[in-house]
Structure formats: C-alpha cells, structure tokens
Design a protein around this ligand. Structure first.
Ligand code: NAI
Length: 434
C-alpha cells in the first residue's frame, strides 16, 4: 500500500524532479557560453521557472503513471492508504475517507523511507525557511538564498540555483563540502563552487535563523551574520518509522529512528523486513532496489546477502561529482596505497565540450595493484563512474583497467589515463621522475 503517489521520494520529491530542473539549469548555463561555441543567440537566454516546474511535474506524473502500469502488468495490487502493522502477520490500511482494510501476510516488508530532517533551531515555514520539498514547488526563485548544510542536497541545490543566477551562500559545519567524499576531491569541487561565486563557509554551523532586512538572516558560529531572501535547510533526513506499528509488534529501532536489519534485510522479527532509507545505512534509491531484491529472494528461500561493493555515489552538482570505493583517508588506514590522477583539461573531448574542470583520482593497493577507490569531479562524472564501479565490484587492478582500449575522444578516457598514472605511465601527462 502507499499513502501518497507511487514512486516515493525518488520519483516525487527527490532524484527525478531535481534532475529534471538541473537539466534545464545546465542547458541555460551552457547557453550563456553560446558565443564560445560559435553561436550568436542575438539576445541573452531567459529561463521561465514556472515552465520548468510544469515540465518537471509532467515528467514526474508520466513516470508515476508508468509504475501503475507496471504494477498491473506484473500482477501487483496497489491499495491506496496509510498502512500500519497491527500484528506480526497483519497490516491495516486506512484510506483517505477513513475506511479500513485488514490484510494478512506471511511476510511484511517496510519501505517507508525518509523525509527532510527538521531541527527546532530552523523552524521550517515554507515561505522563508524551506526544505528541498518546498523548493520543488516554489512559485518563484529568490534573488539570494542561504543553504544550511553542504551535503548532497545542499550542494546540488547550490549549483542548480547558482546556474539560475540566484546568489548562493552555503554553510557547512564539517571540514569540507560533500563531507562523505574524498577530502582532496572535495577541495577540487570547492574551487568550482568559488568559480561560480557561491560563498561557502566550512567548519561553521548556523546557530540561529531569524527575520532579517532581506527576508532572513543566519547567525553563524564564527560570529558573522549573513543575509538572504530565503533559507534552504538541508541538514539530513529523518526516518519514517513513527506511527506504523513497529513498536507494537516488537520491531527494534536504532537511536536515530532507523530500523536495524541483518544482511538479508530481516529486522529482529523474523517475518518483518526493512529496505531502503528506513534502514538508515545508505540513503539512496538504487541501494533500496538492491535491498528489495535481497529481501524478496530471502523470502523465496534463496541464500543471498547484501552486497554494496562497487555501489557508486553520484552527485548532480555542476560540475558533477561521483565516486566508488574508499577515500584516500579510509584506504590509507588499511593499505599501502598509490594514487593516480588525471585532469579533465588534458582531454580533447573536454575541450570540445568546453568542460575542462575537474579530475579523476584513482587509489590502488601498492602491493596488489587492486583498485580501492575512484573519485571524479567533472562533466559526466555520474555516467563515467560506472566503468570504475564495475572494476571495483569485480576486484580489478589498475593495470587491468588501463589495458582496456577506450573509445576516443570520450570523457571516460580519463579513467584509463588515471589507471596508467598509478604506475606513472600516462603518456598524455608530462613524464614523471621515477
Ligand atoms: P547529508 O547528511 O548528506 O548532509 C547534511 C549536511 O548538513 C552535513 O554535511 C552536515 O554536516 C550539515 N549540517 C548539519 N547541521 C548543520 C548546521 N547546523 N549548520 C551547518 N551545517 C550543518 O544530508 P542531505 O544533503 O540532506 O541529503 C540526505 C540524503 O539524501 C543523503 O544521504 C544523500 O545520500 C541523499 N541524496 C542523494 C542524492 C544523490 O545520490 N545524488 C541527491 C540528494 C540526496
């Protein structure tokens, strides 16, 4: 059963709507460089935010309808309403009009996901202080915005809004933007934020927000007060585990409200499983799909277990950031490592596309040559990372990746070149002293 539209956060409030808006913003941003491509537009490009929102809504509703069709074709019943576990083998669904249906089941899978985390310090009001859900439905864009949190959502919105000419300031309490990414690669990304004139405060938290002369102001831990028309709060997610009957049947929760499971997605109650964000391990739609198939295969009696080896991180900033495997810091705690790097500006295709920012950083074990991590900042990073993901998933070495003949000219040649650079053998980089 589903209490809202089919497709969850990813389709309705996350991945798909944001990437649809990012596609328009990227095109608009590219059009500003038309001259350098030899195109005279005759006038400056102008975007229409409400038309962008309409396009996004159309795409989302088409895909939501697609899920409905797939359900029919695969014989899945869709019951509209809010589900609550009312027994180890029973779920009660309450429809909008209050009618109740009781369903019996041998097994139950909880896939209730997560929502934007609200902190009392940042009272969300939907007009001045917003979450990304509000941004996706905004009637217009502000001239300036303060974004609290430089995690994935904060950075994606910072780049999207900056491409649409909004003045953006981001405040992050940890050491660098995208704190879960490799620190060196995050520094490369931060330089790109600076080029976009996005102001970033790191190692700084927002202590308080209040009305200000431009709309709102944020009081920072460094003593500064910064101004904006609006504030976007992107400080993580909360888990949808309240009021769905979990405690009543004895399902244990973590302190942060997520549901612990074993590698088969089983909770502490044998026939109740949990998958996706609600487990709190990785908050990604694509790992949720993996979790789902592990839970179903387990229910069907197969011997399977969770395997996240080679799951990439794909971040739709400008430029994009993508990674797979260990960061330099985590790899060097367990291995003696070598690092190969290849700057995008060395690629012919990057120049052809006017996308020369960023680099590929590859980390391998010095003794075995096995790839441990690959980190990319640059155009198409979210697409080309999958070559590296396959390599890490299959335990390949840098030599094996470098031995693959890549097409030319393509951006993914940077992966082959970084693999060669691990051994100081990239012919497209100046010769290294060995
Ligand atoms: P996040 O946990 O990635 O980032 C939140 C950031 O806010 C952290 O860096 C944290 O240090 C900072 N922060 C918290 N309180 C603060 C304060 N008072 N002042 C300043 N900074 C503060 O959470 P986010 O960005 O909300 O994303 C949620 C989840 O959604 C993530 O797990 C992410 O993986 C997922 N997501 C994935 C996307 C993708 O794969 N492309 C896109 C969007 C979201």
């Amino acid at each position: 059963m589903e209490g809202e539209k089919l497709g969850g956060v990813c389709l309705n409030k996350g991945c798909i709507p944001s990437k649809t808006l990012i596609a328009t913003a990227t095109l608009y941003d590219k059009m500003k460089e038309a001259d350098s491509f030899g195109i005279n537009l005759g006038t400056s490009p102008v975007y229409d935010w409400s038309a962008m929102i309409n396009r996004k809504d159309k795409i989302v509703s088409m895909l939501v309808g697609g899920i409905g069709q797939l359900f029919k074709s695969h014989g899945v019943d869709h019951i509209e309403g809010y589900g609550k576990i009312t027994g180890k083998n029973e779920v009660t669904v309450v429809a909008e009009d209050g009618t109740e249906i009781k369903l019996k089941a041998d097994n139950i899978i909880v896939a209730t996901g997560s929502r934007s985390r609200n902190l009392p310090t940042f009272p969300i009001d939907g007009t001045r202080i917003l979450t990304s859900d509000h941004m996706l439905q905004a009637e217009s864009l502000p001239k300036s915005i303060i974004i609290i949190g430089a995690g994935v959502i904060g950075c994606e919105w910072a780049c999207l809004l900056s491409m649409l000419d909004v003045e953006v300031t981001v405040v992050e309490m940890l050491d660098h933007a995208l704190p879960l990414e490799d620190a060196g690669v995050a520094k490369v990304f931060e330089r790109e934020l600076k080029k976009k004139k996005i102001t970033l405060y790191t190692k700084t938290s927002v202590d308080k927000v209040e009305p200000g002369p431009e709309g709102v102001q944020a009081i920072l831990s460094n003593g500064k007060t910064i101004q904006g028309n609006q504030i976007l709060v992107a400080v993580g997610r909360a888990f949808n585990t309240e009021e769905i009957g979990l405690e009543d049947v004895g399902v244990k929760l973590n302190r942060n409200g997520s549901i612990p499971t074993n590698n088969q997605m089983r909770t502490n109650i044998k026939n109740i499983y949990a998958i996706g964000d609600v487990r709190g391990e990785i908050l990604l739609a694509y790992t949720a799909v993996h979790d789902g198939s592990i839970a179903v295969d387990t229910i069907l009696g197969e011997k399977v277990k969770k395997n996240y080896a080679g799951v990439p991180s794909v971040i739709f900033t400008s430029p994009e950031v993508a990674s797979v495997g260990m960061t330099e810091q985590s790899a060097s705690e367990k291995h003696e490592i070598t690092i190969g790097k290849f700057p995008m500006r060395t690629l012919g295709k990057a120049h052809a596309e006017n996308e020369i920012s960023g680099e590929v950083k590859m980390i391998a074990d010095k003794k075995t040559d096995k790839l441990l991590g690959v980190h990319i900042v640059g155009a198409h990073a979210t697409e080309i990372i999958h070559t590296a993901a396959l390599a890490i998933n299959r335990g390949l070495t840098a030599t094996q990746v470098g031995a693959l003949t890549f097409g030319h000219p393509v951006i993914s040649e940077s992966i082959m070149e970084a693999a060669h650079d691990i051994h100081g053998l990239s012919v497209h980089l100046a010769k290294k002293k060995r």
